[in-house]
Design a protein around this ligand. Structure first.
Ligand code: BGC
Length: 379
């Protein structure tokens, strides 16, 4: 496909995206399976049990720490199972992601794992792949309005509920600021749905007031800083909680709070259990984060890729509506993490070390290494 054609496709998909309403991809509770034939527009390519599988992993970004881990884990697993792997990173550029897909397809890739930059535009990638009989796994973020073969992620709606519940239990009354994730990312919508499931009754009772509720483009910490700065001005600094969508935006929120001497006095959520966020938690600035174990996701993606490429069935535990179909899905459990259980969760799992988490605080402020035995997870 030439540049002109790619541009036309992107334009068309953008137009379609603009026309789409509703259907954010609700998570339902149906276990099932993916693969084993159907789905693709053209007859599926099928590899024999002893043939090497060529996997393409199309990533949006490596900006956040978590994506660097995803990349390493996918590479490690591919090596372990003897698959050939090509990882491509689009750095937030949709036309680049489509071009990378096109290149991999021309190199006769057997299966694509896609973490889309824009969940609507990436539907083009699914169409292109299916024309070549190549199955597509939507990784962490859903590709919307497309015939996706399999979706692997965490329970995103539940994560939003966990963040909101955490805040509501500790700050049942007062002004809240919501900093959403990128509007191009279906996860941002699911997260917000979950948050509102919990907050709506409290808003209706008049217990809490959401003073600002805005998306941070590209999940940008700088955008989050601006949103929180403006919201604080609007509310005369009278705010009890910031519902920040992930750790990057939480960092921006904490910076804006610090400028008003409010860091540590206002609750701040996050997501990803990134090292700077955990350091901020032990410093008392960020309040909580959501830990999403990445190994099951990354290994699950590689293992499922092999199965799909061989025409085998993949066991799933859910389905998620992406606007076009109920996509067979494997959704993993997230965990709520704060100062009381970080040792029992992220440290115990080897995701981060206590030494690094406590690098910036005096020893007395660091949670005890043996806390794993005594603490329980917060709700
Ligand atoms: C991921 C988060 C990540 C965010 C920004 C989301 O789709 O689920 O883990 O922080 O994108 O990259």
């Amino acid at each position: 496909m030439g540049r002109g054609k790619i541009f036309m496709l992107v334009t068309l998909v953008l137009f379609a995206a603009g026309c789409t309403t509703g259907g954010t991809g609700e998570q339902s509770g149906n276990a099932g399976s993916a693969g084993g034939g159907g789905g693709a527009a053209t007859a599926r390519k099928k590899k024999g049990p002893n043939e090497q599988i060529f996997i393409g992993f199309l990533m949006d970004t490596l900006k956040e720490e978590r994506w660097q881990r995803d990349k390493e884990l996918v590479e490690r697993r591919a090596k372990e199972v003897g698959a050939r792997l090509s990882v491509q990173v689009a750095n937030g550029i949709d036309s680049e992601q489509i071009k990378q897909a096109e290149n991999l397809l021309s190199q006769k890739v057997d299966v694509l794992i896609v973490a889309p930059h824009n969940g609507e535009i990436a539907a083009t990638i699914v169409e292109m792949a299916h024309r070549e009989g190549v199955p597509v796994i939507s990784y962490d973020r859903m590709i919307r309005n497309a015939d996706v073969d399999l979706y692997l992620s965490h329970q995103v709606v539940r994560m939003g509920e966990m963040q909101a519940r955490y805040l509501l239990e500790r700050a049942p009354k007062g002004n809240y600021i919501i900093v959403q994730g990128a509007p191009t990312d279906n996860n941002a919508r699911l997260l917000h749905d979950g948050q509102m499931n919990v907050l709506k009754p409290a808003v209706e009772r008049g217990d809490i007031k959401i003073v600002v509720d805005q998306p941070a483009k590209e999940w940008s910490p700088k955008e989050a800083l601006n949103i929180v700065e403006n919201a604080l001005t609007l509310a005369n600094n009278n705010v009890v909680a910031v519902l920040a969508a992930n750790d990057g935006t939480a960092g921006g929120a904490v910076e804006a709070l610090a400028a008003q001497n409010l860091a540590g006095k206002v609750l701040v959520t996050g997501q990803d259990a990134e090292l700077p966020a955990l350091q901020s938690i032990v410093q008392g600035k960020q309040t909580m984060t959501i830990y999403k174990p990445l190994q099951p996701l990354a290994y699950g993606a590689v293992d499922s890729a092999l199965k799909l490429a061989r025409g085998e069935t993949v066991q799933t535990n859910d389905t998620v509506d992406n606007g076009k179909k109920k996509v067979p899905s494997m959704l993993y459990e997230p965990q709520s993490v704060d100062i009381n259980n970080l040792v029992a969760t992220v440290v115990k799992d080897g995701y981060q070390t206590l030494e690094k988490i406590c690098e910036k605080v005096p020893a007395g402020q660091c949670p005890k290494a043996d806390a794993a035995a005594t603490t329980t997870a917060p709700q």
